[in-house]
Write a protein that binds this ligand. Structure first.
Ligand SMILES: Nc1ncnc2c1ncn2[C@@H]1O[C@H](COP(=O)(O)OP(=O)(O)OP(=O)(O)O)[C@@H](O)[C@H]1O
Length: 249
């Protein structure tokens, strides 16, 4: 379980997260929903320490996110991340990109030489097969379509064997049909591999279709929390124009 307790974050004079508290249950696909600038990406990035909080605490399975860089690096092994723009090395092969996900497990010396074990290669092939890209493993990543590049990014994140997968607008650069393929894949894999999935999305309809819990953020505050089975699109749209804080979890 991810526990976010009274987390605040400012960039300069802008208070982006204001004493945010919530719990994200294990194996419960959860979407952070809200208007542009609400602080969704910032909150997601606080969960893996990419953004340092000003105050408050985040724990994953009762372990607090460390502040010390080396301990944070170790902690991050258990948290995969997927980005809107895929963040691949486009000039290198698909399989090399996937293997990069293993760097956290490799000694610094090995990382410098980028030497991977046979077991690493086997695992990379296994995950490429899972995302349907085994046949493309030797192609340069940049030659593939956006949807295929996002699938490489998913395989790369899986190489970390994460217990939590954070996906920041994973389908914002993709067409509607490919978006469904990617979200199908993410939810299926997170269920199969027992990974807790947390996403930011801009589509109310996709949030309803692919999550079990929805956390509504607006102006750096949690406005409401919804169980997908007990809400509807009309109610969720209110997250975009509601400014009164209802509750924190
Ligand atoms: N590294 C940064 N430096 C300065 N300001 C930042 C930084 N990251 C985010 N912000 C600011 O924090 C606010 C919230 O940004 P954030 O990306 O978290 O919002 P969001 O809800 O994810 O928006 P969107 O849906 O448009 O991606 C914005 O005003 C943004 O400009």
């Amino acid at each position: 379980m991810i526990c976010i307790n009274n987390v605040s974050k400012s960039f300069g004079k802008e208070l982006v997260l204001q004493s945010v508290s919530c719990r994200i249950e294990r194996y419960t696909p959860t979407v952070l929903l809200g208007p542009s600038g609400a602080g969704k990406s910032t909150l997601l990035r606080c969960i893996n320490g990419l953004v340092t909080t000003d105050s408050g605490q985040i724990t994953i399975d009762n372990v607090a996110l460390p502040r010390h860089p080396q301990q944070l690096r170790e902690f991050r092994k258990s948290i995969g991340m997927i980005f809107q723009q895929f963040n691949l090395i486009k000039r290198v092969s698909v399989i090399e990109n996937v293997l990069c996900g293993r760097l956290g497990y490799t000694s610094i010396f090995q990382s410098l030489l980028t030497r991977f074990t046979n077991a690493d290669y086997e695992l990379a092939c296994q995950y490429l097969d899972k995302v349907g890209l085994y046949d493309k493993r030797l192609q340069k990543a940049g030659q593939l379509s956006g949807g295929q590049q996002q699938r490489i990014a998913i395989a790369r994140a899986l190489m970390q064997r994460p217990k939590v997968l954070l996906a920041d607008e994973p389908v914002a650069s993709l067409d509607p049909k490919t978006s469904l393929v990617i979200l199908d894949l993410l939810t299926k894999i997170s269920e199969e591999e027992k990974i807790s999935l947390v996403l930011t999305l801009h589509s109310v309809e996709l949030a309803l279709q692919y999550s079990k819990e929805i956390i509504g953020l607006n102006q750096g505050k949690i406005m409401a929390r919804y169980n997908t089975n007990k809400t509807n699109a009309k109610e969720l749209y209110s997250v975009y124009d509601q400014f009164e804080e209802v509750a924190n979890w």
